[in-house]
Design a protein around this ligand. Structure first.
Ligand SMILES: NC(=O)c1ccc[n+]([C@@H]2O[C@H](COP(=O)([O-])OP(=O)(O)OC[C@H]3O[C@@H](n4cnc5c(N)ncnc54)[C@H](O)[C@@H]3O)[C@@H](O)[C@H]2O)c1
Length: 576
């Protein structure tokens, strides 16, 4: 039976009592939310212990790489914490989007990629240009950073560029927040951390689940013992991508569909503004924006990608499949499909979910052993396959792996205790999006599901009929009856509906750490934590390539050691 909001409000059912816990998660969540609402602060600040009041002067930043994700980060910026002084990108389309925001595509895409002008309230591009310098050369942006008052860099580049740009920036005394995966090799991850230590810069890695309150709350739920003994985690990211319709194969600027879209909007605009036609200002503005954005997208065709190191690929005909040739521009735009520039499904998708698995396993260890250090896995077995797509790529389209984490009672030296593990089974497939993406945590008393980073559901043991849902959506079903006055609870519920996936909090917290330097004020996904996620993701890829079960070595997770799982070697020497 699903519990209705009314049932939850009146307390007809007490799911938590039913599964025998003293602790009521509804209390925890409701009190937290209500307190945040009453305090008038941001929910992230309340949850993660930072405050806007401590950031009197916004941190001045440059954003390098303003593509899809760089623009999500720009859209999530809180101007009270961060001031963008410069951006750098080599694609005219993405420079355009950085300022104007996205005006075509899905509602969600348009909402999250607001653009700098929207974020900072600049009315015209001229006004925006007075505030933000535009670069094509990231080295030049960093070299001139101090002259422009820039103190820190956000990196939204493809993963093979994270390390060189981050290291160069920190060598110039700039703090760094880089997108995940931290780097394409573990040697380079270690270089990034060593440079951060040597330069005393703050390095943050963009695994946003560390800043999503649903994950923080899930960890609390686990460490409270509500789910019992955790023994299994299942995670998946299933997408309906198919040949000819693949989100990792975005349109190229020379594609006829793009030219057609531009032509169609241009004609519609001409008609809408023709003499004798009653003007519809909203429609005209919308069409003007679309024409501008498609024009910017087509302008990408003139980018000389080889000048920036992008390479051509030639895949010979095989197994009845035709040969395929990709230009350097294709590698730039479809970088996820090539091994030089992309790490495949585990790097792009699974790394977030293994990060989440690590958060859950760590919460379990906290409950039993009282330790807080992020728990590292023991071993991985993995398999990858390309079942669907043609040879227009190097990466697999199916990935499956089992990662073994230690249970808190695990002890390698004792034959019985050595069996005590928490298994994480992961699959990422294309061709069928059934089940979407999320993580399920199986305990001896209950099951916790996190769906699409936005919804939580709890089940009593295997009984999927007794369910409490917490949703970040309009039809929010948040049980708050057990705590406080109803007004505060309602405010809490409203606050939850507004919570971001964590991007805003990740940026705010990084800025707060920069302005409030102290050994304990570190990004929640710091260099070593981001590197642990990279070790897992890149070792999965090694396991797929070697078709072997691989045992993780603790030295791989230690930035002071030169050992790595992927034959890479750090080059930066540790400070003496
Ligand atoms: N945290 C998340 O949930 C999440 C989601 C999506 C992507 N990402 C990560 O964000 C990063 C970027 O992904 P994306 O989807 O935005 O890709 P994208 O291709 O849309 O954006 C990358 C941008 O970098 C620019 N660029 C490439 N080389 C450059 C160079 N030498 N100099 C200047 N600019 C250059 C490109 O022109 C492009 O605009 C990746 O590491 C990806 O894994 C993270």
């Amino acid at each position: 039976m699903n519990l209705t909001p009314e049932e939850l409000q009146t307390g007809k059912e007490n799911f938590y009592a039913a599964i025998g816990s003293e602790y009521t998660r509804r209390d925890f969540l409701a009190q937290s939310l209500a307190a945040a609402a009453v305090a008038g602060g941001s929910l992230g600040g309340f949850y993660y212990g930072y405050s806007q009041a401590d950031v009197k002067d916004p941190v001045r930043i440059g954003v390098i790489g303003t593509g899809d994700e760089g623009n999500v980060l720009i859209g999530a910026l809180n101007p009270n914490f961060l001031q963008v002084k410069a951006i750098c990108d080599i694609r005219p389309y993405n420079v355009y989007r950085a300022f104007e925001g996205q005006k075509i595509g899905s509602e969600r895409a348009r909402t999250v990629r607001k653009g700098l002008m929207n974020v900072y309230g600049w009315k015209t591009r001229e006004e925006a240009d007075k505030n933000v310098k535009v670069y094509q050369d990231w080295k030049q942006l960093i070299d001139e950073a101090k002259d422009n008052g820039i103190e820190a860099i956000v990196i939204g580049l493809p993963f093979q560029l994270h390390a060189p740009v981050a290291v160069y920036a920190m060598e110039h005394g700039l703090h760094v927040l880089t997108e995940k995966l931290m780097s394409s090799s573990i040697g380079a991850c270690k270089d990034m951390i060593r440079t951060a230590v040597a330069s005393d810069c703050l390095l943050s890695v963009g695994h946003q689940r560390h800043y999503n309150i649903l994950y923080a709350n899930a960890a609390e739920t686990i460490s409270s013992g509500l789910l019992g003994d955790i023994h299994f985690i299942r995670a998946q990211w299933h997408r309906g991508n198919l040949p000819g319709k693949d989100s990792w194969q975005p349109m190229m600027p020379g594609d006829s569909q793009l030219a057609d879209a531009l032509r169609k909007r241009t004609i519609e605009l001409e008609r809408a503004t023709a003499p004798g036609v009653k003007p519809d200002p909203k429609k005209i503005e919308d069409l003007q924006n679309q024409v501008k954005e498609y024009t910017a997208q087509v302008a990408d065709k003139d980018v000389d990608a080889s000048k920036y190191g992008y390479q051509a690929h030639e895949i010979p005909a095989a197994y009845g499949l035709p040969a395929y040739q990709a230009t350097p521009l294709e590698e730039l735009i479809r970088w996820r499909l090539w091994k030089r520039t992309g790490g495949g499904l585990m790097v792009e998708l699974g790394s977030h979910q293994m990060d989440a698995a690590g958060i859950f396993v760590t919460a379990m260890h906290e409950k039993v052993k009282g330790t807080h250090e992020k728990v590292k896995p023991l071993a991985v077995s993995a398999h990858g396959a390309r079942n669907l797509f043609n040879n227009d790529r190097e990466i697999d389209d199916h990935l499956h792996c089992i990662i073994e984490f230690p249970h808190p009672e695990y002890d390698a030296a004792d034959p019985q205790s050595a069996l005590r593990k928490i298994e994480v089974a992961y699959s990422a497939v294309n061709g069928n999006g059934f089940g979407g993406y999320g993580e399920e945590v199986y305990g001896t008393k209950g099951t916790l599901m996190l769906l699409k980073e936005q919804e939580v559901a709890l089940f009593k043991e295997a009984d999927t009929s007794a369910k409490v849902e917490v949703k970040k959506s309009d039809e929010l079903v948040l049980d708050t009856q057990a705590s406080g006055p109803s007004q505060a609870a309602a405010k809490g519920a409203a606050a939850l509906a507004d919570v971001s996936l964590g991007y805003r909090e990740e940026l705010e917290h990084w800025a707060w750490c920069i302005r409030n330097r102290a050994p304990e004020n570190k990004p929640r996904c710091s260099g070593p934590i981001g590197m642990a996620d990279a070790v897992i993701a890149l070792t999965v890829n090694v396991a797929v390539a070697k078709q072997e079960r691989i045992e993780f070595k603790k030295e791989w997770f230690d930035y002071t050691s030169d050992e790595t799982p992927d034959d890479s070697t750090p080059t930066v020497k540790l400070p003496a």
